[in-house]
Design a binder for this molecule. Sequence first.
Ligand SMILES: Cc1cc2nc3c(=O)[nH]c(=O)nc-3n(C[C@H](O)[C@H](O)[C@H](O)COP(=O)(O)O)c2cc1C
Length: 188
Amino acid sequence: MNIIGIIASERKEGNTAFIVNKMLEGAREQGAQTQSFRFSDLNIKPCRGCWACHKSDQGCVIKDDMQKIYDAMEYTDVIILGLPIYMGQMSAQGKIFTDRLFARFSPRFSPYFKENAVKKQMVLSFNQGNPNADLFQPYIDYTNQMFRTLEFNVKEVPVVTDLRNGSIHDREDLCRELKHLGSSLASI
Ligand SMILES: Cc1cc2nc3c(=O)[nH]c(=O)nc-3n(C[C@H](O)[C@H](O)[C@H](O)COP(=O)(O)O)c2cc1C
């Protein structure tokens, strides 16, 4: 079982990194092979909208660190996408990642990518400062549906709330829940 975590935040040791890493830790304890990608360590540019990826089978013409994620996504069984809520939506890093999927995981857009239409399992992991778990639910449901349309098999959509005050490190129940979720992924 291979699981990759994508941390769509510039904060190296921030909440998104903590949440994704806890899930990966739980998965490793069950024998999964894991790898994580932090936006803070990567140079990933926004989609140029050139459509070159849909005009041939060359893939994305932007040769940056997204190529590492494309490669990892080919072999992985599960993708954990860690998305902080910024201004009521996924972070800009999360949106850059999502737009760059256009080149590889959008079989309905182009015949060239039919062979990539392998249904990948996905965990869409949101986190937010606000304590109200319902606040962004319509946006989260919409995002879930969007990833399903892109042929991802979204398994779980955990939403960690109330991250304005105190350190996430002190939330022992949350750590246990995240590790438990991670370990359950190892047996999907
Ligand atoms: C620019 C910015 C915008 C934010 N907007 C929201 C928001 O609209 N609603 C909310 O509940 N939290 C908001 N937050 C809080 C973050 O969602 C929260 O602190 C999150 O855990 C940050 O993750 P990180 O440490 O990985 O960056 C915002 C934080 C930042 C920096």
